[in-house]
Design a protein. Structure first.
Lengths: 275, 217
């Protein structure tokens, strides 16, 4: 057997063990990228092979936690894809305003930058106190960071530029306090967000949502797991609710696609049809 | 390493092989290079071509459209879960890595930059080598960095074919030079001869029929 194939077997065995022992299911993650991440983790670890690492990984939770940090991607920024947030402000918020109270599920929120961006946007549109946002992620370490809302000050210039391009109506500096090399987001942004653990591969739906965001999370999943997520979002959304995907993701060729209309096709904002 | 100029005498060991895909990595000077290379390929070139062109994160999808307008082949920006189809050119979207999955589907990732780039040539090459093995052609074109050299080495290790643009012919010579330093390259070719080389490696339908008639007759 070639070494590459051997490694693939080792990876399958490891992911199976991780699933059985820790309940984290990475078996339906797209092979190419998870293999890259696992190989990267292995190279930085003290182990030579996955078989060698497996013994400790399955027994010592702290070793598993380091693996988990390595294989869950946490790339995010505030007002990432400014055109998307502008479209939310201009095309989605007018609908949301017609409800006395709206519920939002942000699946795969990582360190929370996009959730806070949404809070800023909704507050500027006069919806403060009229929404609750459930921001979830599989990785509890990043959720804790998300709850703290502290970011490197060096990022603020880029975030400010995004905020302006996204149609921000105030001054971005009003939303954080700078101290040394950190920026702390204002607590007014935090009070309507609930950060909670949720695993898209095994956990259930969130009821009666008006807006579900899941951007650039499902790109790492195999088709079957993608379908599982989409049906989860579908059953969470109220008729007339909105589904937002990453810019390179689409409902085309997906089972539930016909129940949705494209509100902003290139920005992947979909609206669930009535009836 | 062989220098190659058209018209070519086929080296049977390589020519007789069947390939399933071509991967291309290119950086500085890439827009011109890709127009030239793809522009010279006929509509019946049967291999899928997967391309990483280094590009800014907010570049939009203008390059795919420009190339599509000027080439006989269909050029598109890769969407996640695209099936790799013959005679189609897939460009990595700005700010995403492009990868090949088992079964010949494309996937995208936002993993950290590799070789200072996203999309990274190494990421595409390494994942394609994993899936296509020896049935893969890897090409490194002009560029002012070293992305692609590790990936081209992996392609060679899996038995694939490595082609590098002649550094003297490249707008920026570092990337071809780094690739040549990293691995034993099969062909070093000027851009003008590259389309002909590819057609020799993977003859189109008309050329294949002609060849077969010649053999049988």
């Amino acid at each position: 057997m070639k070494s590459g194939e051997l490694e693939n077997v080792e990876i399958r065995l490891l992911l199976e063990g991780v699933h059985q022992i820790y309940g984290y299911d990475f078996r339906d993650y797209a092979d190419a990228s998870i293999k890259r991440r696992l190989t990267h983790w292995l190279a930085e670890s003290e182990f030579d092979t996955f078989s060698q690492a497996q013994s400790l990984l399955l027994r010592d939770r702290s070793v598993f936690e380091s693996l988990l940090r390595g294989i869950t991607v946490n790339v995010t920024e505030m007002f990432r894809d400014p055109a998307f947030f502008r479209a939310i402000r201009e095309q989605v918020v007018p609908f949301l305003k017609t409800y006395p109270f709206v519920k939002i599920w942000h699946a795969g929120c990582a360190t929370g930058e996009e959730a806070y961006s949404m809070a800023i946007l909704l507050n500027e549109e006069g919806m403060a106190g009229r929404y609750r946002m459930y921001a979830t992620d599989i990785n509890e370490t990043v959720l804790q960071k998300a709850g703290e809302g502290v970011m490197p000050i060096t990022e603020m210039q880029r975030f400010t530029r995004n905020y302006q391009k996204a149609g921000g109506t105030a001054s971005f500096a009003d939303y954080y306090t700078a101290r040394y090399d950190r920026a702390m987001l204002s607590s007014a942004l935090k009070k309507d967000i609930v950060f909670a653990p949720h695993n898209l591969a095994v956990d259930g739906e969130f009821g009666e949502m008006n807006l579900v965001l899941c951007r650039n999370v499902m790109i790492y999943f195999k088709p079957a797991l993608k379908e599982r997520c989409l049906s989860l979002f579908d059953s969470s959304l109220l008729p007339g609710g909105f589904l937002c995907l990453g810019l390179k993701e689409t409902l085309e060729k997906k089972k539930m696609g016909e129940r949705y209309e494209e509100l902003a096709p290139t920005l992947r904002i979909y609206r669930k049809r009535y009836g | 390493m062989r220098s190659w100029r058209p018209p070519c005498v086929s080296t049977e060991s390589v020519m007789a092989r069947l390939f399933r895909a071509v991967v291309v990595g290119v950086s500085t000077g890439g827009v011109n290079a890709l127009q030239k290379l793809l522009g010279q390929l006929p509509a019946d070139f049967r291999l899928p071509i997967l391309i990483v062109q280094h590009i800014g994160p907010e570049a939009g999808s203008g390059l795919a459209k420009l190339l599509d307008d000027r080439c006989a082949l269909r050029v598109k920006e890769a969407d996640e879960q695209d099936e790799v189809l013959p005679g189609t050119v897939y460009l990595a979207p700005p700010n995403y890595h492009l990868l090949v999955e088992q079964g010949g589907f494309l996937s995208l990732s936002e993993d950290p930059h590799v070789s200072f780039a996203r999309p990274s040539v190494d990421v595409l090459f390494e994942s394609a080598a994993e899936v296509f093995g020896a049935e893969l052609v890897g090409i490194v074109l002009t560029g002012a960095n070293f992305d692609g050299s590790r990936g081209l080495k992996t392609i060679k290790q899996k038995g694939g074919v490595a082609i590098v643009q002649d550094p003297a012919d490249a707008e920026a010579s570092q990337m071809p030079q780094a690739a040549m330093a990293a691995t034993d390259v099969d062909y070093v070719v000027a851009l003008d001869g590259m389309a002909a080389l590819l057609q020799n490696l993977a003859p189109g339908r008309a050329a294949r029929q002609h060849k077969e008639r010649g053999r049988n007759g």
